[in-house]
Design a protein around this ligand. Structure first.
Ligand SMILES: C[S@@+](CC[C@H](N)C(=O)[O-])C[C@H]1O[C@@H](n2cnc3c(N)ncnc32)[C@H](O)[C@@H]1O
Length: 201
């Protein structure tokens, strides 16, 4: 497992931080190398980051102000939509609002009401769907205030954890950047396959 720690300045656009970008670039290079350049990336919370300029990246942001994204949908609706279109994802960037307070602020900012389900486990359904669209060997890079990522239950094993501590703002949370690789099918895919094949387990 690769681990690192750094003190740096983090804004509301973490992908523009050069140290974070270095982590992202290294994962992208790996994925492109392993797929002979034919990989599909996905950024469900793209804002105006560099991912919106990548021709092989499916981008989304709820905020319609970011009109250059491929979609302007709520995360789980975006996940359903691209699943219906049959995409296979080799790399997902997962950089949502990090807390309910941040999420509420963004909803207020675009004049939307938060629904009850969003106050519970806000990203679960969308993550489940994306995990099903990802083959073994694919990657997720998650940013947040914890190291949960997509997790083993969805078939992902952590390969890197990077800690970015806020420079000169000790009241701010440390940002974790977690890289995970899919090592197995998700539990429900496995259960489905064993039913189809009639395997007892
Ligand atoms: C942390 S920012 C992403 C920043 C981006 N990675 C960067 O470095 O520039 C999170 C983004 O998620 C969007 N967002 C908030 N709630 C969302 C939701 N439910 N579904 C999709 N996008 C959402 C916000 O509009 C915001 O632009």
């Amino acid at each position: 497992m690769i681990m690192s720690h750094m003190i740096t300045s983090i804004t509301s656009e973490p992908f523009s931080n050069p140290h974070i970008r270095k982590v992202l670039d290294s994962v992208m290079s790996k994925v492109l190398y392993e797929s002979n350049g034919s990989a599909t990336f996905c950024d469900p919370f793209a804002r105006e980051s560099f991912t919106t300029l990548l021709p092989n990246c499916i981008t989304n942001d709820l905020n319609k102000e970011f009109e250059w994204c491929d979609y302007n949908l709520e995360f789980k609706d975006f996940a359903h939509t691209i699943q219906e279109r049959g995409h296979v994802l080799d790399l997902v960037f997962f950089d949502p609002p990090y807390s309910l307070t941040q999420l509420k602020k963004q909803y207020d900012g675009i004049g939307k009401d938060l629904e009850l389900w969003q106050t519970k486990n806000m990203w679960k359904e969308g993550k489940d769907i994306l995990a099903h669209m990802m083959p073994s060997g694919s990657y997720v890079v998650s940013l947040g205030w914890n190291t949960n990522g997509f997790g083993l239950k969805r078939g992902f094993k952590k390969t890197e954890i990077h800690l970015f501590e806020q420079q000169a703002r000790e009241e701010q949370h440390t940002l974790f950047v977690v890289v995970e690789r899919k090592v197995q099918r998700t539990l429900s895919e496995f259960e489905y396959q064993t039913q189809v094949e009639g395997i007892d387990c």
